[in-house]
Design a binder for this molecule. Structure first.
Ligand code: NAI
Ligand code: MG
Length: 477
């Protein structure tokens, strides 16, 4: 029996969305010089939310020049303790405006308000608080007596955690004394533009943060601009490789945070109910639009059937629908393009002989939706076991011994994250040592903290974000 919930929608009146937006350059919103415009939609309804500018090459040049002037001017000369005050101010403003930011994020991205409110926005504020604390202590961070910033950072981010990724990029760069030109993703520009307003409110000196909306060509022009000293990118592995080619030989520093195909490994001695929650959190959080998602469940052979059975029962209780409803667990897929990609890869699972299962769920008529899906009867060679789907799709594989679990988990060109569920501490440590993944969670999944470095190996990219390691990516060390 399922309980009926009354609708509990968060009010959208807390946000004011403009009809159209300029670019944020030198502390002001300005119309684009070249380039055009693009529309951003609410993926849950397909309604157009706003028109934003698509920055062209002249706009990129103007933003890089504004960042350079700020770097050579007030920001570059400012003591760390003074820079810290601005980061603290931004952090507090994010908290003060958290409701507005959460609603705007859910409208533009399609993620449930429960997640934008409880995860994205608080973590974004936490990143500014954490890095504010470093700004006056860089000489004690183990990078020598007076580590220098790099200069102008070009930062390109994806659509899955729009505000949070902006915070991951901006906070360490600013703490270290750099100035930034940030390009949000084309389907989710609105919270970055609200963050621009927050920078104004915090009296951040003009040009320290510049925000250029636009699509891939804007990103390409930005990362290859000769006035840029550092490039930081989060997104697909293909674009990451393109950027690496574009900046090679230029002397620019580069960090890449790319895709993943993580194994979530459950041993027979694991607390099963907790593991089920961890599996759900691992792959159905944020509709599976998570680079470190636990998209491959590796279950020990003796418990595969009962585990999958309990997982199915749990999935039948998830509520899919209006992202602004406080009871919603699964929101909309971010774009038509991403929905097509998920459908295509899921279909390949059927064609290659895997068995597809989804709980009974009614998908809304408008918008982009995909039900939570579990594939069993999967072999390691199937596309759904190898390629990043970036959607709410779990593939189930099994193993017999810890060594086999390690071999299967590492059988991927990626290396971003992994999960281990077992009662045995010694096994956790042994596994963590063997797994080729930047982050290994034990008896939990998708936990984030600004103090903890995050990043990958191999096709998942290089460089770390967060913690002391993340600072190194923005210092001349
Ligand atoms: P994408 O890599 O094309 O987009 C990420 C960002 O890069 C966006 O801001 C985009 O405008 C920009 N961009 C695109 N082409 C560029 C270029 N040549 N130079 C500089 N910037 C460029 O990712 P997309 O197409 O949205 O998603 C495709 C797949 O990538 C997804 O299905 C998923 O598998 C993976 N992905 C992984 C993410 C992660 O967090 N690791 C995030 C987003 C996507
Ligand atoms: Mg949108």
């Amino acid at each position: 029996m399922t309980l009926e919930y009354a609708p509990a929608p968060e009010s959208r009146d807390v946000v004011r969305i403009e009809g159209s937006y300029g670019l944020f350059i030198g502390g002001e919103f300005v119309p684009p010089l070249s380039g055009g415009s693009l529309r951003t939609v609410n993926p849950a309804t397909e309604e157009t939310l706003a028109e934003v500018s698509a920055a062209g090459p002249d706009d990129v040049a103007r933003a890089v020049a504004a960042a350079r002037a700020a770097y050579e001017g007030p920001w570059g000369r400012m003591r760390g303790g003074e820079r810290a005050k601005f980061l603290f101010r931004i952090a507090r403003l994010l908290q003060e405006r958290s409701r507005e930011l959460a609603v705007l994020e859910s409208l533009d991205n399609g993620k449930p308000i429960r997640e934008s409110r409880d995860v994205d926005v608080p973590l974004a504020a936490a990143h500014f608080f954490y890095h504010a604390g470093w700004a006056d202590k860089l000489e004690h961070a183990g990078f020598g007596p007076s580590p220098r910033p790099l200069g102008v950072a070009a930062q390109v981010i994806p659509w899955n955690f729009p505000l949070l990724m902006a915070a991951w990029k901006l906070a360490p760069a600013l703490a270290a004394g750099n100035t930034c030109v940030l390009k949000p993703a084309e389907t989710t520009p609105l919270t970055a533009l609200l963050l621009a307003e927050v920078c104004q409110q915090a009296d951040l000196p003009p040009g320290v943060v510049n925000i250029l909306t636009g699509a891939g060509d804007t990103g390409a022009a930005l990362v290859s601009h000769p006035g840029v000293d550092k490039v930081a990118f989060t997104g697909s592995t293909d674009v990451g490789k393109e950027i690496q080619r574009a900046v090679s030989g230029s002397g620019k520093r580069l960090s890449l945070e790319l895709g993943g195909k993580a194994a979530n490994i459950v041993f027979e001695d694991a607390p099963i109910d907790q593991a089920v929650e961890g599996i759900v959190d691992g792959i159905f959080f944020n509709q599976g639009h998570v680079c470190c998602a636990g998209s491959r469940l590796l279950a020990q052979e003796s418990i595969v059937d009962p585990l999958v059975e309990r997982l199915r029962r749990r999935l039948a209780t998830l509520r899919l629908g209006d992202p602004l409803d406080k009871n919603t667990d699964i929101g909309a897929i971010n774009s038509r393009v991403q929905l097509d990609k998920i459908r295509h890869l899921a279909d390949s699972g059927d064609e290659e002989g895997a068995v597809r299962w989804s709980p009974p769920v009614t998908l809304p008529e408008r918008g982009y939706w995909f039900p939570p899906t579990v594939f069993t009867n999967v072999s390691q060679s199937h596309r759904i076991a190898r390629e990043e789907i970036f959607g709410p799709v779990l593939t189930v594989l099994s193993f017999r011994t810890p060594a086999e679990a390690v071999a299967k988990a590492n059988n991927t060109p990626y290396g971003l994250s992994a999960g281990i569920w077992t009662e045995k501490g010694s096994r956790i440590l042994w596994m963590a040592e063997q797994l080729e993944a930047g982050v290994v969670w034990a008896n939990t999944y998708n936990r984030f903290d600004p103090a903890s470095p995050f990043g990958g190996y191999q096709e998942s990219g290089f460089g770390r974000e967060g913690g002391r390691h993340g600072l190194a990516a923005y210092l001349d060390v």
